[in-house]
Design a protein around this ligand. Sequence first.
Ligand SMILES: [Zn+2]
Length: 264
Amino acid sequence: MKGIPIFMYHALEDAGHPAGSLDPGEQRYVLEVERFAAQLAFLKSEGFQSFLASDLESLTRVPERAVVLTFDDGHASNLTLTLPLLEKYGFRAEFFVTTDWIGAPRFLSRDGIRSLQAAGMGIGSHGASHAFLSQLKPADLERELRDSREILGDITGASIASLSAPGGRIGPEVAAAAVSLGYRTLFTSLPGLWSTGGSLHELPRLALRNNLDQATFERLALAEEGALRQVSRKEGLLASARKLLGERGYRLVRSVLLGGCLHG
Ligand SMILES: [Zn+2]
């Protein structure tokens, strides 16, 4: 296999449990539970094995049919809707929690985080306030990285070593600060596959939006070039817009292309 697809999810919802996004644009990243179930059913039928962030540190070769499943933001649905399906299909996922949101309506509680951990899931940081890390002054950056890691370490009793960047970008300064504070695996939303020998400090991910059809998901899971190019082209457009227009202009263009979501 050419590399491992690392999928980036956010919240799931069903008729009885709406995700209730605060930001209307965020709804783009909310998947119906049936869609996620169909994706897991496919992965299982094809013999895929899931890996956690900590597994990537020790992989020496890319296994056939490998996948990493990640969830950003720390939504309550991680526990109520996602975990039962992961257990049903025999997969594990990495959950990145924004620590200021712990205990807020529709987000995970401290007990919820512990339940995910007890079920064998990975717990990582998604910052403290969800500020975009690459835009922060060094002192603020350090606080976001250190506070969120300490809070999650306190909740789980574990050493937190994985980080997913709000907004999806990790430049060299953020990476250096994160590594110096004890993080070892850093997840972005740059599209692509990860291969053994590739950097653990700029892990690419493939975003799962609610308009991604099952066929495209299957092609991405199987690391088909065409499907990867399709995803990369859209992200590439966004990256060029960011360069050309700066952050404000980028947000406008992104909201037009993606429907307003500023979350990574
Ligand atoms: Zn986020």
